[in-house]
Each structure stands twice: as C-alpha cells, then as structure tokens.
Design a protein around this ligand. Structure first.
Ligand SMILES: [Zn+2]
Length: 256
C-alpha cells in the first residue's frame, strides 16, 4: 500500500542534513511500505532513514535518526500502526548523530534493546561524530555543522564484534561488521535484503541511484566492504541510511 507523502513542514534548525532536506523536500516523514517478502517500512526524518523490519519472529528497528526528531518519528510510526513498544531490537548501524541520535529516547521511553558495533562504543558514549571526511563539495560546506552535532550518549545491550547470527535472538538474519564508514559500522542481512547504514547512499534526486556516501575517510576499504556484500551474499536490495533503496545491479554498475 503506497502512502501519500505528507506536505513538507518547515522549521528552523541548524544546518546539516536538515539543510539538505529543506533544499529537496522539506522536513517531515515519508512512510513507505515496501512490497518485499519481509515487511519493511521506511520512515525518513531530516533525510535520515529509519527502517522497521518484520522478518521472522522479531520486529527490528534499524537506526534511530537524529536527536530532536524522536517525537516526529514516533508520531509517524504510530500513524502507520506501529507501536514503538512492539520493537524488539534497535540496531544502530553506526555511531553518527543521524543514526544513533534517537537511540536513548527509545531506550528510555519504550525499553528498546539496543544492538551496535563494539568498535563504535566510544563514539556512542561521547554522543559526537568522530572526524568526518567529505566526499563532495556540498558535504564540505555542511561539515562544520554536522561535526558539531551531538546526541545523548548511549550504550548497547548487545555489542557486535565480527558478526552476530540473529537466530541467537530468536529471529532470522545476521549482522556483519563492515568497518569502512566508521570502525563499528554494521549491516543487517535478512534473506535478500541488506540494511547497510552509510556503506552507500542513494543520490539526492535519483534516490535509487547508488552513490558514495557524503562522508567517507577510507575509500579503499569502503570499496572492499561493498565488494564483500556484492560477493555471494544473494542480496538484491540495499536499504540505505539516506535516500535509496538501491539494487545490487545498480551498486555493481557504480562501484565495480
Ligand atoms: Zn554516517
């Protein structure tokens, strides 16, 4: 069922991804029902994607958006029929402000259990972005604001080192470490779907066209991590942290 995007709502917020959002679509939420075999609902707030995945026996939330956007996100979830208390695990793909920022809110308000990559533990404890390396002119322009951004520090209930089989938590899929965007970056693989955080993004306008993320310090290892997911994983759809989703053939064309 396709849901009509809401009218853009404008507010004065610091520069950063919000500025990008205003430039393109305004802020607000855009719940989209994806028609895959695992039910995925993507909410976009301030250009950050939050995915709710019903696959197997558990309801997973992948990423938590920016701090300050939590009430907007929760209202959008409730409007889409998702009770935040029904979320079994919040998986934070990495410790950046626009992915981990809302995690503490979900923990405190709804008792959500949190899973994150252990190598981002210090970043999550600091509530600040580690040093960012811009990959575009626009990203360079926005960097000072994003670098200053912060969120309430958070600790995980379950830390992922190399990998985690979600069967150990009573559901299907697995989490793998892909440490190029940040040392603790993780991806969630369920059947032919991958939830990849900022491993890649979609283009700003052609959202299903893959692109290098705005901030990436180690391009060589980023390519290596992308190749790891392209090899023998049976993945068809990559759910990105920004724009997207993108397909495996499209990623192959851009990155191989
Ligand atoms: Zn990031």
């Amino acid at each position: 069922m396709a849901t009509k995007p809401r009218r853009p709502r404008f507010s004065i917020k610091p520069l950063g991804f919000m500025a990008l959002a205003l430039a393109l679509n305004g802020c607000g939420t855009h719940p989209q029902q994806q028609a895959e075999q695992n039910r995925v609902k993507t909410f976009t707030v301030s250009l950050a994607n939050i995915h709710i995945v019903d696959a197997g026996a558990k309801r997973l939330m992948i990423d938590a958006g920016k701090h300050g956007d939590e009430p907007t996100l929760v209202a959008a979830m409730q409007a889409a029929g998702i009770d935040p208390r029904s979320i079994d695990y919040l998986i934070i793909t990495h410790g950046h402000t626009d992915h981990a920022g809302g995690a503490r809110y979900f923990k405190e308000h709804f008792g959500t259990s949190i899973i994150a990559g252990r190598a981002d533990q210090a970043m999550l404890a600091s509530g600040k972005n580690a040093a960012l390396c811009s990959t575009t002119v626009l990203a360079s322009f926005l960097k000072p604001s994003i670098q200053r951004d912060s969120y309430p520090p958070i600790s995980a209930d379950i830390w992922v080192d190399q990998a985690l089989d979600l069967a150990t938590l009573g559901t299907k899929g697995r989490i793998v470490s892909l440490p190029s965007h940040t040392p603790g970056s993780i991806a969630v693989l369920i059947d032919d779907q991958a939830f990849v955080g900022d491993l890649v993004r979609g283009e700003l306008l052609s959202k299903t066209q893959p692109a290098r993320h705005f901030y990436m310090c180690d391009l060589k290892n980023n390519d290596k991590d992308i190749a790891t997911l392209l090899d023998n994983q049976g993945i068809k759809t990559w759910y990105t942290g920004h724009m997207g989703p993108v397909s495996t053939p499209a990623v192959t064309e851009v990155f191989e």
